[in-house]
Design a protein around this ligand. Sequence first.
Ligand SMILES: C[S@@+](CC[C@H](N)C(=O)[O-])C[C@H]1O[C@@H](n2cnc3c(N)ncnc32)[C@H](O)[C@@H]1O
Length: 218
Amino acid sequence: MARISGQLDTGLHEYLVSHGSPPDPLLIELADETERRAGAQAEMQIAPEQGALLTLLASLVNAEFAVEVGTFTGYSALCLARGLVPGGRLLCCEIEPEWAAIAQRYWRRAGVSDRIDLRLAPALDTLRALPGDQKIDLAFIDADKPGYVDYWEELVPRMSPGGLLVADNVLFHGEVVDPDAEGNAAAIRKFNDHVLADERTDRVMIPVGDGITLARRR
Ligand SMILES: C[S@@+](CC[C@H](N)C(=O)[O-])C[C@H]1O[C@@H](n2cnc3c(N)ncnc32)[C@H](O)[C@@H]1O
């Protein structure tokens, strides 16, 4: 059954991370501090291989303007910022100042804070306030799951032709296959169906981390 992507055991996961742009000491320190400060909520942070993927994707699309919906303590934003073209900008949407303060500290240390604009507000308000002519080259959706469809609808019309949308947690711990799923799993099921029906993008779902969808604006 080699054509089915499977769950990785710990050893294989460590091998994969160590052989694909492993996180540098600063990202490791950020992950450690997040675990200490956020406890169980630290699992909201993306996996290290997802971070490496985000940096690569941002550089592949030559991102001049990127948007992150859901920043938490800043791990994914730091990875995205590292992939921007010189002079590129990243807009980060977050509502919790306590998490954002940690993020800002690490962005400063990484030397990327000058290219990140943090908006401490509900993400939908931030997206709706974007200038009409602002084109987005890469968008990463990773905030509250019931909001995903609304974020998608605000983002897709603003994407550059060929721009890339990335959505996290699209497999939701495997719960998406349950037609009776409730709560966040049900919200993700609704989002996945919405994306599938959207003819403005071409997309693929891949089993990295908790599952991500990559969608290219036509
Ligand atoms: C899954 S975490 C993001 C993880 C982050 N991408 C990382 O890799 O570390 C989701 C974040 O979205 C934030 N959030 C939830 N609802 C939001 C909203 N309506 N607007 C902006 N941020 C929101 C939460 O405070 C939380 O920090």
